[in-house]
Design a protein around this ligand. Structure first.
Ligand SMILES: Cc1cn([C@H]2C[C@H](O)[C@@H](COP(=O)(O)OP(=O)(O)O[C@H]3O[C@@H](C)C(=O)[C@@H](O)[C@H]3O)O2)c(=O)[nH]c1=O
Length: 185
């Protein structure tokens, strides 16, 4: 498996694929191999989402302590622009973001530790995303930050002025500065 440091402690992983005339086989997560790559996480839950259209944007999302989540994300169909924002209080890179295009074709995964907000923009129609999280869903700890917070300044691959499709919750999400005092992981 290939591991690439994307920055801020976020990793891109590409598991090995064994191809033959039938197709391919791959171990997409293996505890010991991931531990050796620095991902020593007790995964709790697998999530899958389907987005019908191009330019659906889900995010930026995170859970607060005591239900903060590490995430291991991959795409089964289509592709996304996936983003992690460092929102760890006291971090020297607080508010900085990193990104990676995840696709079924590239077969890559994105590892995002606790203390990051996560979001993605679909780059194709009919996108299936599958991801592991290290804590169960806890609505009382679930938070969102505006995808277009100007202080974060994510360069989403959208044409100038184009609006992504958002949930009502994400359309009403606050700015990072407005929730910064309540962050704990
Ligand atoms: C995240 C989640 C949602 N739900 C429910 C709540 C709601 O009724 C419905 C849809 O939830 P949401 O609108 O929050 O789904 P979505 O916008 O896809 O949320 C996800 O976005 C990406 C970017 C992440 O990083 C994830 O952690 C998660 O926050 O599913 C669960 O039952 N379990 C879960 O773990």
């Amino acid at each position: 498996m290939e591991v690439r440091d994307v920055g801020l402690g976020v990793l891109e992983i590409i598991p090995r694929r064994f191809g033959d005339s039938r197709g391919f086989f791959s171990e997409t997560w293996q505890r010991e191999r991931f531990r050796q790559a620095g991902i020593n996480v007790d995964w709790m839950q697998d999530n899958q989402s389907f987005s019908a259209d191009v330019h659906v944007l889900r995010g930026l999302h995170f859970q607060l302590a005591p239900q903060a989540q590490d995430k291991l994300i991959r795409v089964l169909r289509g592709s996304v622009f996936d983003v992690a924002v460092d929102i760890r209080p006291g971090s020297s890179t607080f508010g900085k973001w990193v990104s990676c295009v995840l696709s079924a074709a590239t077969f890559n995964q994105f590892y995002i530790p606790k203390g990051f907000a996560h979001g993605f923009l679909t780059l194709t129609p009919e996108v299936e995303v599958l991801y592991k999280v290290s804590a169960p869903y806890a609505p009382e700890c679930d938070r969102a930050i505006a995808w277009n917070d100007p202080l974060i300044g994510i360069e989403w691959p959208l044409e100038k002025g184009a609006q992504p499709s958002l949930s009502a919750k994400d359309a009403a999400a606050p700015l990072l500065a407005d929730i910064a005092s309540s962050l704990a992981f």
